[in-house]
Design a protein around this ligand. Structure first.
Ligand code: ATP
Ligand code: MG
Length: 597
């Protein structure tokens, strides 16, 4: 059951897919659109940048997570896109924690996001800048901008109930109705907003709204809320604020303060773009923000087969203990991926291949695995592991004798050399490499047949021992001393079967976790099914395997190809010095595309 056929992974080189955002960036660069922007070395309103030198960054992008959860494969797409564009076009990419919501954020998430972005090989440092920001540090500017909008007649305090506001917002087919408070004077609005800030009113009693158009076809322009009362303690600003900005107000301002040129987000924000532009235009008119303003660009989010990426479902999997924590190697979180042994380079290759577009699409998980295999095939050294050990006794090999065989560390990279693997009279081979009654076409060990012990000798099978139940407990053979690999006699006997083995006296018995897909169907929870019913009961199988002794020294996160089996990584959590345990990252070949699974 553990076997992948002994062929090398398929390394057809798929070309990088289209990325329409690169075209936009290139057109902007060619037109010199952002060439006159100034940069004070830190975020700020127009006045701060006005006297500063020209911005050395040709473009600025950002990755703006809310620190309220662990990052997943979808975030990786966004991270690689934003940091990748900045790197390719002489720009900078900012890591910005969007921590404007006082209720949700936690340091644990901030730390794990920083780790994940670094792990993917992305850096917010460069050109003498450290572009790591917290949106909550902009609260003073946001409140000042809101006050400017009030003075300029672009915002008012509404005192309708939430229910009245909902009803008066209208529908997709019907215009909304103006609030009875819509024509409050600037003085009255200012007074109320100040008192909101001072904590005079309970949550939900008043709200600051942009004054746009209650009949706008786009509901997001029907006087959207921009500031709400919230008596909550914020992790960064403590109890200073009793009002907090709405996300749709805060986000464009964060971008503009940071001189972001291309503000890239997922498609569900498309309907917010008119408000994004409206807001920044009003603030730039008032001289508060530098032009040119950031441009919001939407792309389609990553959806993958066999995986759930919704935060709610991930939380459910963890909290109900269907998996063993956020870093469970079966979860599509980046901490899980790292523990699983997936490589950042594999993520990058995958991201290039799927490209960036506006079309919603569902990407086959096999494409992700294939990218990982290609990187691992190139980079992972080969080692020998017997996952389903069966004793092989070489009856004509002297007892107590041992010798070294030499195995190449990487067939594609001879410069990585060879290592010695000990050989002796008793070896471990795979249970599947012996059949007392051979099936048709079977080429490995059966009584009377010869096969090669890879990097060692040709042996001839002579029989087996069984226990009372008839189960085979040991296989016997005789070796042909002149056939050792690497000696002139190696080719003197031609055999078809070729098996891997480890010396029983030297083997390292280790725990190995054979991970597989967490869900057994491509679309977990499709139709009316509960996605939990689609969990693959065999997604984790822990075994004790016999490994070649060199693997005892593997360090956490060292990756290997176990010949014939797939790619494995020394677990970064449970490995002890001198006693690593291994996780299977991916098999050598995709077995999910086939009908029998
Ligand atoms: P929430 O539901 O809490 O908003 P989120 O997954 O959108 O969760 P954010 O922290 O807001 O989390 O996301 C940070 C960035 O990652 C955003 O710019 C968002 O567009 C992007 N992102 C999130 N999910 C995906 C995805 N599946 N594909 C591509 N980008 C994504
Ligand atoms: Mg979000």
């Amino acid at each position: 059951m553990f076997f992948a056929p002994m062929t090398s992974p398929n390394d057809k080189a798929a070309p990088a897919a289209a990325n329409f955002i690169k075209n936009i960036v290139e057109a902007d660069l060619a037109a010199g659109k952002h060439a006159q922007r100034r940069w004070a070395g830190r975020p700020g309103p127009a006045a701060d940048h006005a006297q500063a030198p020209l911005d050395p960054a040709k473009i600025r992008t950002r990755f703006p997570p809310e620190p309220n959860g662990y990052l997943h494969f979808g975030h990786a797409k966004s991270i690689l896109l934003n940091f990748g564009l900045a790197q390719q076009y002489g720009g900078r990419c900012h890591l910005r924690f969007d921590d404007t919501n006082p209720e949700k954020e936690e340091q644990e998430y901030v730390d794990s996001i920083i780790d994940a972005v670094k792990w993917l090989g992305c850096s917010w440092e460069g050109g003498g800048e450290t572009n790591l920001y917290y949106a909550s540090n902009y609260f003073d500017w946001m409140a000042a901008f809101a006050e400017y909008l009030i003075q300029a007649g672009h915002a008012y305090v509404d005192s309708q109930s939430a229910e009245e506001m909902r009803v008066n917002r209208g529908t997709l087919t019907e215009a909304g109705k103006d609030s009875p408070y819509r024509n409050r004077s600037a003085e009255e609005n200012m007074d109320l907003f100040k008192r909101m800030q001072q904590g005079e009113f309970p949550d939900g009693t008043h709200i600051l709204r942009a004054k746009i158009d209650m009949a706008a076809p786009n509901i997001n322009l029907r006087d959207p809320a921009i500031y709400r009362i919230r008596h909550a303690t914020h992790h960064n600003t403590g109890d200073k604020w009793r009002v907090y900005p709405m996300y749709t107000f805060a986000h464009p301002i964060e971008d503009a303060l940071e001189n972001i040129t291309h503000s890239i987000c997922t498609l569900e924000f498309e309907d917010q773009r008119p408000f994004y532009d409206w807001l920044l235009e009003r603030l730039a008119e008032g001289g508060l923000l530098q032009r040119p303003l950031p441009q919001q660009i939407e792309f389609s989010r990553l959806n993958l087969t066999y995986v759930v990426l919704s935060k709610r479902k991930l939380i459910q999997l963890v909290e109900e203990k269907h998996v063993e924590g956020w870093d469970d190697p079966r979860l599509p979180t980046l901490v899980g991926a790292r523990r699983r042994g997936y490589t950042p380079e594999g993520f990058r290759l995958f991201a290039e291949r799927i490209g960036v577009s506006k079309n919603d699409s569902l990407i086959d998980y096999a494409l992700f695995e294939e990218a990982q295999r290609e990187i691992l095939n190139e980079s992972a050294e080969r080692r020998i592991a017997v996952l389903d050990p069966l004793k092989l006794i070489i009856d004509n090999y002297p007892e107590g004798q041992e010798e070294e065989c030499f195995a190449p560390n990487h067939p594609l990279h001879p410069e990585l050399g060879h290592r010695a693997v000990p050989f002796g009279r008793e070896l471990w081979i795979e249970g599947e490499d012996f059949m007392e009654e051979p099936a048709k076409g079977y080429r490995r060990l059966f009584p009377g047949n010869m096969a090669r012990l890879r990097y060692g000798y040709v042996v001839k099978c002579t029989g087996c021992d069984k226990d009372e139940s008839g189960k085979v407990i040991a296989v016997h053979c005789e070796y042909l001393p002149e056939t050792k690999s690497g000696t002139p006699g190696a080719d003197s006997v031609k055999v078809k079967g070729n098996l891997h083995w480890v010396s029983a006296a030297h083997a390292y018995a280790a725990e190995i976790r054979l991970y597989d897909r967490l869900f057994k169907v491509a679309a977990p929870g499709a139709g009316d099914r509960d996605f939990l019913d689609d969990i693959n009961p065999d997604s984790k199988v822990a075994i004790t395997a016999q490994l070649e002794p060199a693997l005892k020294e593997a360090k956490p996160e060292d990756r290997f190809q176990f010949e014939r089996h797939g790619y494995f990584v020394a677990d970064r959590v449970d490995s002890q010095p001198g006693a690593p345990v291994f996780n299977r990252t991916v098999t050598l070949k995709d077995s999910w595309g086939k009908a029998e699974k």
